[in-house]
Design a protein around this ligand. Structure first.
Ligand SMILES: Nc1nc2c(ncn2[C@@H]2O[C@H](COP(=O)(O)OP(=O)(O)OP(=O)(O)O)[C@@H](O)[C@H]2O)c(=O)[nH]1
Length: 351
């Protein structure tokens, strides 16, 4: 039986960050990871590093509903292959109900081959109390089955607020262990350790009974997140003005829950900048050099269903490229440092 860990948590809470943390820790196992992005562009697949086994991405739907069949098929292929993994870790999309994901392993051909051992839910403690009432049901679904809850982002959350979030979670979900984390740093043993509590299928109502996805109406059952969330993605080939684009992201309407992707910016043309909007916080990180890849800005947005501002957003984003000065091949990173060094040497020689 291959042990399976399911990582759940709302959009932007830190699931991919956790996945990277546990994969970076020294291990001998062949761990296969499966990441699911609700948006059409596979961003998470590119952001996951250090996998000793297979890394697979399922994007353009949610593995708990619209593309649940794909999950079963992908896992079957994986475990029947020559180098079957010792362990499987699934990062569910931020809009998914983990019970529905786990159910895939309780029936059908996977039942005899895999065992869901742990279910970890990551919480963005900074934005917990700002959760849109329309999606509170979804957060509840993610927390009610958790063995372990990571109260993440404690570095940017005031201590009093962290305590309040913890109080709510300990009261409402007393079975879960709660751990405070910064960038989801946690020993991998804690994530993979099986917890002796009721089997996951007994811990929550069957997903079909309560698959409400935050409509707020407990009688409204459906299987498809597209009824609650809208997603939109864009690709811009010309280099953009990074500051202008970050200004657009920091002033997005609150109906947009999440944005992420890669920026091709005119002030650093040789490598991508990874950008995230989670809650109201925008963060950017240095990404990989473009090397042989064709540079472009690729962004995915997830909003409340019915959001009608994507057309305007498209205009604003395109303007970041139109208004940007032509990219000059200004060296960055190591290349910039080397150039400065060479210039100094030359100046010294001239003197
Ligand atoms: N300050 C701070 N930022 C964090 C922490 N953990 C994650 N982040 C940032 O939060 C953003 C979202 O993190 P991800 O790991 O991509 O979140 P996710 O849950 O995988 O997102 P989705 O897959 O889109 O639902 C990124 O900018 C992370 O760097 C943390 O503890 N502190």
């Amino acid at each position: 039986m291959i042990p399976v860990t399911i990582i759940s948590g709302f959009l932007g809470s830190g699931k991919t960050t956790l996945l990277n943390q546990i994969l970076r820790q020294k291990h001998e196992e062949r761990v296969a990871v499966l990441v699911n992005d609700f948006g059409a562009i596979d961003i998470d697949g590119e952001l996951v590093v250090g996998v000793s086994g297979e890394k697979l991405a399922l994007s353009g739907g949610c593995i708990c509903c619209t593309i649940r069949g794909d999950l079963q098929e992908t896992v079957l292929d994986l475990i029947q292959g020559e180098d079957a993994p010792h362990r499987l870790v699934i990062e569910a999309s931020g809009v998914s109900d983990p019970t529905a994901v786990a159910m895939t392993f309780f029936t059908g051909p996977l039942k005899a081959k895999c065992r869901v051992e742990t279910l970890v839910t990551v919480v963005d403690s900074e934005h917990f109390f700002e959760t849109d009432p329309k999606i509170i049901h979804l957060l509840d679904r993610q927390l009610v089955v958790a063995d372990l809850v990571l109260l993440n982002k404690v570095d940017v959350c005031p201590a009093k607020k962290i305590q309040n979030v913890e109080n709510v979670i300990r009261t409402e979900y007393p079975d879960a262990r709660v751990v405070h984390t910064r960038f989801a740093e946690v020993p991998r043993q804690l994530i993979f350790e099986p917890v002796m509590k009721a089997p996951i299928q007994d811990r929550a109502l069957s997903p079909l009974d309560s698959h409400v996805h935050g409509t707020g109406d407990p009688h409204h059952h459906h299987d498809d997140h597209t009824l609650v969330f809208d997603t939109w993605s864009t690709e811009i080939e010309a280099a953009v003005d990074r500051d202008q684009l970050l200004r657009v992201l920091t002033t997005l309407p609150t109906q947009i829950y999440r944005a992420k992707g890669f920026i091709f910016c005119q002030d650093m043309v040789d490598r991508e900048i990874v950008v995230h909007l989670a809650g109201r916080r925008v963060q950017q990180f240095m990404g990989k050099p473009w090397a042989d890849r064709k540079p472009s800005t690729r962004l995915v947005f997830i909003a409340r269903q019915g959001f009608d501002g994507f057309g305007e957003l498209d205009e604003q984003l395109k303007a970041c490229a139109r208004d940007a000065p032509k990219p000059s091949r200004v060296p960055s990173g190591w290349a910039a440092w080397k150039k400065t060094f060479e210039d100094r040497v030359r100046q010294n020689e001239d003197a």
